[in-house]
Design a binder for this molecule. Structure first.
Ligand SMILES: Cc1cc2nc3c(=O)[nH]c(=O)nc-3n(C[C@H](O)[C@H](O)[C@H](O)COP(=O)(O)O)c2cc1C
Length: 190
């Protein structure tokens, strides 16, 4: 399997850091509430999936997002393959059990037993997620313990009202909509 050339924009060495800064940074990040998704990919041998909060929209034209993935995870080598296709499955507030399982509580081989997972010719997708965003990796930048993967969005499905599963302070927290009767008129592009 081809491995993609990892880009790098480092200007010299990574900066040295003090332990107390690292600890304080953790504390700051605990206060940064984030929506929870499952990143999935299909390799020749199996399906892989992990829980993530490090998902960010990069640009709308062209539709692009990024994910930050720890190099120690099982999914990482598959993402680092040339032209890898992955899916970001945006969870809704009732899917804490799936987030917990894919966060490492359930072994990699049994995770896809939890939830309605399907697969056609791309990465596995969760049928009742809030959204499924299918991407192709176009660039990867290693940084510290993680790699930033840039994904060109190829296919999008959205469903239901906006009600994300949120994570802050090391736990899943309720999402309180400002408009309980959300009339969000999203359209899916396939
Ligand atoms: C709420 C939550 C958010 C997480 N976010 C990320 C993330 O953004 N990137 C990442 O690499 N790991 C993240 N993790 C950790 C991975 O989900 C975890 O390491 C994963 O289970 C590793 O899978 P593996 O055992 O198949 O390697 C997160 C875990 C949780 C519970």
């Amino acid at each position: 399997m081809d491995t993609m050339a990892l880009g790098t924009h480092h200007v010299g060495e990574l900066p040295k850091f003090r332990e107390e800064v690292s600890t304080a940074f953790r504390g700051a990040m605990r206060r940064l509430a984030a929506a929870v998704s499952i990143v999935t990919i299909r390799s020749k041998r199996s399906w892989h999936g992990i829980t993530v909060t490090a998902v960010t929209s990069v640009s709308l034209e062209p539709p692009t997002l990024l994910i930050c993935i720890n190099r120690a995870t099982r999914i990482h080598p598959a993402l680092a393959c040339a032209e890898a296709r992955f899916c970001v499955n945006v969870l809704h507030s009732g899917q804490e059990d799936i987030a917990t399982a894919f966060g490492g509580r359930v072994g990699a081989d049994d995770r896809f037993r939890i939830g309605d997972w399907r697969c056609d010719d791309g990465a596995p997708y969760l049928a009742d997620a809030q959204a499924n965003v299918s991407c192709q990796v176009t660039a990867a930048f290693p940084h510290g313990s993680h790699t930033i993967f840039i994904g060109a969005v190829q296919q999008v499905r959205v469903a239901g009202v906006v009600s994300p599963l949120m994570y802050a302070d090391g736990r899943y927290i309720p999402f309180v909509p400002s408009h309980p009767e959300s009339t969000c008129q999203d359209s899916a592009i396939t």
